[in-house]
Design a binder for this molecule. Sequence first.
Ligand code: ADP
Length: 495
Amino acid sequence: MSRARLLAFGAVLAATVVLAVLGYVSLRQWQASAELLFREQSRDMVAMAAEKVEMAILKAEEESLSSLQMLAMEPVLRSEALDEWRRKYPVFEGLTLIDRQGHVLYPSGAAPPGLVREIPDSFWDRGGRRHLLVGDQVVLAAVIPGAGGPVLALLGRDVEAVKRDVLARTLGGLEGPSVLAVLDARGDLLYVSRPIEQATRVLTVAFGEALPTWRVALYQPPGIAASGGVKRQAMLFMTAFALLLVVIALGLIATYRLLRRETEMARLKSDFVANVSHDLKTPLSLIRMFGETLELGRVPDEATRREYYAVITRESERLTRLIDNVLDFSRIEGGRQRYDIAAHPVEPVIHEVLDAFRYPLAQRAFKLDVAVASDLPDTLMDPEAIKQALANLVDNALKYSTDRRRLTLEARREGSWVVIEVADEGIGIPAAELERIFEKFYRIGRSETQGTRGSGVGLALVKHIAEAHGGRVSAQSRPGEGSRFSLYLPVAGGE
Ligand code: ADP
């Protein structure tokens, strides 16, 4: 292959590789930024949900504390009223009211919790609220004004009530495929907005001060997940891209093969020209040599003269055959070849061909076997074309035989076919080449054939002729043992 072609190939290949790399990189980047965006959006959503829960808790605290304050402002703290309050605000559990001296005002008779000692004076003075952590329980501590001075209210939380009244209410209405869950301090699931089954946790966000130990988590069901969507799209792109690359690769391969064929064809053609010229030259120089000798009158006896005339005739016949081959071949190539097909007997054709080869056969001491079946029907043929085909087969048998020189010509009927076979005991053809020898310009590149010149169109012509007659040609051969070519022609008026 030429340098320019190799360069062109290299360029296409390089462009493809660059395209592949660019495509891959940008796809990756796109995927990464899409995932990032998705994570950011998810985080925003979860943060918002966390804020909502926090607000709900704070609001509940606000409400309950103000109603508690009303009770505390009453001149006498009524236990029943406080019991009633507790029933009204089930989110809170274990209400304890303590005065500044550390006496438990409610529930009456209870010992002051250890927590009280941790309340600094400033808190008593300033009032307000804070969330304290007792173990993993959140306790709301608030100093509220009471009838007899400030009162410290400690409010525990009922987790079940929080789940039911706060989490379910705020997170339950979530739309879309995502699932929100709340995890406790140990990371266990406290609440899920919907069964999560095989959903995977995408991210978690902490609550604010009101729920210091819990976290909100976002779960994505498999497949429906937005990041899954990104992945699917990326996969789709990737597949399309891979397909594109495959198409380019196939195109390259196809072009490469085409170019190789073309190069091969060009080589075969130039061989063909060289071979044909050589083939033309040999008989021409023989004719000229013998002609000149005869012209000069240098041949004394009649027998030798006859022999020389015969050589000239034989060589001109060979020349004619060769030129016919080339002309027919070019006509076939140009689609201009016409055959005049009609019913004809086979035997005369065979004998005419043998007659033409009588001299070279005798000269090279070929043993000839001819077996034409007696009841052979007429076949549909153009006798000139069939003669040419057979001449090519016989010529090959002669050309490609070395020590064992035996030519067999047989003709018999096989169903609706007449088969004419030309067999030799020559050098034979390797099995791998049997199909290719019928290709135009194809010659087996072996040392044995190197010496024998040929155009490489003979068998291509035979094949074309056979097929133009509605028949076919096939070859059987064993290297070193010989070859047998069978020409099938349709019986005239065949059944
Ligand atoms: P060529 O002009 O080279 O003989 P053909 O088309 O007639 O061209 O044959 C193609 C090739 O097939 C030959 O080059 C030869 O290698 C091989 N071939 C044809 N006939 C025979 C045969 N009878 N024995 C061995 N090889 C053969």
